[in-house]
Design a protein around this ligand. Structure first.
Ligand SMILES: [Zn+2]
Ligand SMILES: [Zn+2]
Length: 121
């Protein structure tokens, strides 16, 4: 479905590929990013080398406190299977179990999503 080659996450970090921080405050809106994420491969499928079989959703960082919705920049590309529908879906098993199961924090997944988005620009 997607053909691209990326460095492993630890290499990406060392090479300092990350874009500079933009607006990460709660309530910040970025509809373009949310739309782009729908065309982005699922970062969990990518990291675990699974074939993606469901559409990609934009998952907002979860667990950051009360109040306004977190910034749209703190979103990650997660397929419906890994987001809400599958047996190991984030919103099914919860943040702690999800991060434990796959071994990546939400911040890791945001980094990977940002890199994947650069590839599909
Ligand atoms: Zn997935
Ligand atoms: Zn979500």
């Amino acid at each position: 479905m997607f053909t691209m080659r990326l460095q492993p996450l630890n290499v990406m970090r060392k090479m300092n590929y990350l874009k500079p921080e933009k607006n990460l405050r709660n309530g910040f809106k970025d509809p373009k990013r949310l739309a782009a994420i729908q065309d982005c491969p699922c970062c969990i499928c990518y990291l675990t080398k699974q074939k993606q079989t469901t559409k990609t959703d934009a998952h907002h960082f979860h667990g950051g406190g009360m109040g306004k919705k977190v910034s749209d920049l703190r979103t990650m590309a997660i397929c419906q299977n890994h987001h809400t529908k599958g047996p190991n879906a984030f919103h099914h098993i919860g943040r702690v179990s999800f991060e434990g199961k796959f071994g990546y924090s939400q911040d890791d997944l945001i980094e990977v999503t940002n890199k994947l988005l650069e590839y599909i620009d």
